[in-house]
Write a protein that binds this ligand. Sequence first.
Ligand SMILES: Cc1cc2nc3c(=O)[nH]c(=O)nc-3n(C[C@H](O)[C@H](O)[C@H](O)COP(=O)(O)OP(=O)(O)OC[C@H]3O[C@@H](n4cnc5c(N)ncnc54)[C@H](O)[C@@H]3O)c2cc1C
Length: 388
Amino acid sequence: MTLPVIIVGAGLAGWSTARELRKLDSATPLLLITADRGDFYAKPSLSNAFAQGRTPEQLVGTPAGPMAQTHHVTLVAHTRVLAIDPARGVVTTPGGEFTYRDLVLATGAQPIRVPIAGNAADQVLSVNSLQDFEIFHTHLMNASGAQGHDKRIVIMGAGLIGCEFANDLAGAGYQVSVVDPAARPLAALLPAPAGEALRDALHNLGIAWHFNATVAAVDRPTGTGALQVSLSNGVQIDADIVLSAIGLRADTALAQAAGLACERGIVVDTALQTSAAHIYALGDGAQYASAGGRTLPFVMPIMNAARALAATLAGQRTELAFPLMPVTVKTPALPIVIAAPTPGLHGEWTGPEPGLWQFIGTRNQSLGFVLTGPHTARRSEQSRLVQV
Ligand SMILES: Cc1cc2nc3c(=O)[nH]c(=O)nc-3n(C[C@H](O)[C@H](O)[C@H](O)COP(=O)(O)OP(=O)(O)OC[C@H]3O[C@@H](n4cnc5c(N)ncnc54)[C@H](O)[C@@H]3O)c2cc1C
């Protein structure tokens, strides 16, 4: 009997691995086990769906059934892998054990949660999956309190996802406030003038910023429908919904329990193998040797990793070398492209022209860049200048 390759997780990493492997190998049985429905969708579209008036159903790219059929995959949906036994080469689910030839962990990341006081702290939402988005969408449609587009949303976090949701929801007419401990949006990624330009562009869209502050408590005082959000600086904001977008943490619980090396993510070598033979990982859950031991929770790293892993699984051990992968921030109020310098490299941001910043290293070379507004069209030109 030919043992299958088992993939755990039906996100972009899981499905991309299946698709890439099928290009090279049509014979090996492929089993995909996933806790969710298994529908294929583009997660980035979750943070620009409202302005386009797209419902959760409209965000499904290919439903699970046709996706499995196209790629000759046996799909085991609504099933959580509970344990891995690397010595026996089996995974355990509530429905029984499955034996693998090779195992791919594509289990993603989980939203970070911080302690918040108040009787409605458990009503803070976060969106990291289509299911989360369905819940958020339903809450937004049903929220009591203000009517229609007068609904008030407080977003915790002015990072990539917080800013994208803020732009999307404000663009769709909702009243949006954003709370962040930093002094401006995307503070960890952008040089100060670029962050200030984004702050101003989103302010002009009606977004109320609350910088140098965090959400301390969320309450629903009896007798009213609205939430009361108390900030660390004493400010109080009334809201219909609170959305947390303070970041993700790689989901390492399953790998860790199986004894696999985990740090910020599941540790993988340059061929995406974990510390156990025949077990691989990629996607938001992986910590890549090819990226200097970083996690890379973005689409382009997943596409590159899936291609390399498929070649390895098809019998040709392939080392992964990431190219430069600039990230597009989906803030139409001020479009931004970021090619962040590798953490730890020495240099400083310079702004040679309006809308262009380069991170210049000690040998006067470009190590990264930021483009805003119409200058985002210069992504290829600036990418060619970067020396990684
Ligand atoms: C709102 C939003 C917008 C984004 N926009 C962009 C963008 O514009 N550009 C960009 O590059 N990146 C963007 N990203 C990041 C990008 O979408 C992610 O990096 C990518 O989708 C992660 O895919 P994944 O397959 O690794 O993880 P996930 O999509 O999280 O998939 C994990 C899968 O594993 C399953 N699973 C987990 N544990 C188990 C278990 N024990 N048993 C069985 N199944 C399990 C889950 O059910 C799920 O199917 C965005 C992210 C978000 C949240």
